[in-house]
Design a protein around this ligand. Structure first.
Ligand code: SF4
Length: 245
């Protein structure tokens, strides 16, 4: 009886914000999912358990940043990327250690992912930290991972990798043109470098399936066609114009 009340208390709608930029946390995310999010396609409310998991992650961030403050290392915390950039986001902390500044990015991770990070950080975490190093012009950073189940910590010293930054910026410039300027649905992504199967947890899976089904079938030996522009009705429904009252 208490569980139902708590579930209801924690579950929440995620507000849709008009925007023409990306979040750093979207690096590594399926581009079609980004499209459906920025175009305001309806999605189920965040369930109570997921909301509580996110709150645990936020608590861990606060606890670790507080400890960094207590150690006298923090130069700045929750540092925003300068306005007008392609990406928006806040670095968890900039610290000073041994005469050098470091951007610190804190991640709380599932035990399975934590085990996979025995020798190298996750690619999406690595690239997200690279963006902060680029925007703050700090040549080094620390990726600090906490195991969600055991609170074990793992850290990776990361140097600014200009090639990786260039590739992310150029990929997202192209995505900006596609999504925000032309309003087109990105093609199905290459999933080979995904850390996990994003489709399994995707709130837009029905829209995506419909859009894929709408593609003309290629004749034998022909390459599959690029996904079409969204039909007018779908785009309008995504913007809430066709929603049921
Ligand atoms: S179902 Fe998969 S491919 Fe489609 S938008 Fe979701 S994550 Fe992307």
């Amino acid at each position: 009886m208490l569980i139902e009340l708590l579930e209801e208390y924690f579950q929440r709608e995620e507000p849709h914000r008009e925007r023409d930029y990306f979040y750093v946390s979207e690096v590594g995310k399926c581009p079609r999912q980004i499209f459906y999010t920025v175009k305001g396609f309806p999605r189920p409310p965040l369930d109570g358990q997921t909301a509580r998991k996110l709150a645990v992650g936020e608590d861990a961030h606060r606890r670790i940043v507080q400890a960094l403050y207590a150690l006298g290392l923090v130069v700045a915390a929750e540092v925003p990327i300068p306005e007008g950039a392609l990406f928006h986001g806040r670095a968890d902390a900039i610290i000073s250690l041994g005469g050098k500044n470091y951007v610190v990015e804190i991640k709380t991770v599932h035990p399975y992912n934590f085990d996979q990070m025995a020798i190298a950080p996750r690619r999406d975490h690595y690239l997200q930290l690279q963006l902060y190093l680029h925007y703050f012009q700090i040549p080094q950073g620390i990726l600090l991972a906490e195991n969600k189940a055991t609170q074990e910590l793992r850290e990776f010293l990361v140097e600014l990798d200009r090639g990786a930054v260039r590739r992310v910026l150029s990929e997202f410039e192209a995505l900006r043109e596609l999504i925000f300027v032309r309003g087109e649905l990105p093609p199905l992504p290459d999933k080979s470098d995904w850390e996990f199967d994003q489709c399994k947890y995707c709130p837009f899976v029905d829209f995506c399936r419909e859009d894929v089904a709408a593609l003309p079938r290629p004749a034998a030996g022909e390459a599959p066609a690029e996904p079409p522009l969204l039909p007018e009705g779908r785009a309008a429904r995504g913007l809430g114009l066709f929603d049921e009252p």
